[in-house]
Design a protein around this ligand. Structure first.
Ligand SMILES: CC(C)(COP(=O)(O)OP(=O)(O)OC[C@H]1O[C@@H](n2cnc3c(N)ncnc32)[C@H](O)[C@@H]1OP(=O)(O)O)[C@@H](O)C(=O)NCCC(=O)NCCS
Length: 178
């Protein structure tokens, strides 16, 4: 079984499968993002395109063959050893069982193995404590530093979008000096 398709049974005793997405998953990812009521919901086309062209840096979690969570990501163009996580979401009913952390760990492992990725970046708005806790937990479990820096100010956005801070999960040796 490939690292991208691993079956686990978390503490909740619900079997979760993890795999790469493909274009037909885009529809369901769009639904999960919409249902979250928290994420910026991109067009359905964006999710189909992402599942097709960025499958190598994305992952879905499913129960009984139905996707219940996803992570979309890409390797940063200026440093392809960094995986930038764009969106993470888990269906309400499946939350609190380690699914999001499970996806991030598997995706990180896959990208490290296949592409030499050594660090993970993401942006988080100041009010998203769940997201901050999730990435802090993943950083701690992997022995990575967890650093925040200012990234996109709210003024950059044409709507009421909040600012987005950049969070860097990196080994100490590659962390920038302050
Ligand atoms: C954030 C989200 C993906 C977490 O999914 P999940 O599967 O419930 O997360 P996990 O069970 O893997 O939890 C991982 C860690 O995050 C913490 N965490 C998860 N949800 C949390 C919450 N609402 N409040 C505080 N901590 C939370 C867990 O306690 C755990 O930490 P621990 O390992 O120290 O115990 C999910 O709540 C969600 O889809 N939210 C809406 C979309 C969103 O905000 N995405 C993130 C921004 S892109």
């Amino acid at each position: 079984m490939s690292p991208s398709h691993i079956s686990t049974t978390p503490t909740s005793a619900i079997a979760v499968d993890y795999r790469r997405p493909s274009a037909p998953d885009g529809h369901r990812l769009w639904e999960i993002a919409s249902d979250s009521k928290v994420l910026d919901v991109n067009s359905s086309y964006a999710y189909v395109l992402w599942c097709n062209d960025f499958a190598a840096t994305s992952i879905v979690a499913e129960i009984d063959s139905r996707p219940i969570g996803f992570v979309t990501g890409y390797r940063r163009p200026e440093d392809p050893t960094v995986l930038m996580v764009w969106q993470v979401a888990v269906d309400h009913d499946a939350r609190g069982r380690g699914v999001a952390a499970g996806m991030l760990h598997r995706l990180f492992d896959r990208c490290a193995h296949d592409d030499g990725v050594v660090a993970l970046h993401t942006t988080i708005s100041p009010d998203n404590q769940a997201s901050r806790r999730l990435f802090a937990s993943v950083a701690a479990a992997r022995g990575l530093q967890f650093r925040r820096e200012k990234f996109f100010a709210a003024e950059l956005f044409p709507d009421s979008h909040e600012s987005e801070d950049l969070y860097r999960l990196e080994p100490s040796a590659t962390s920038p000096s302050d």
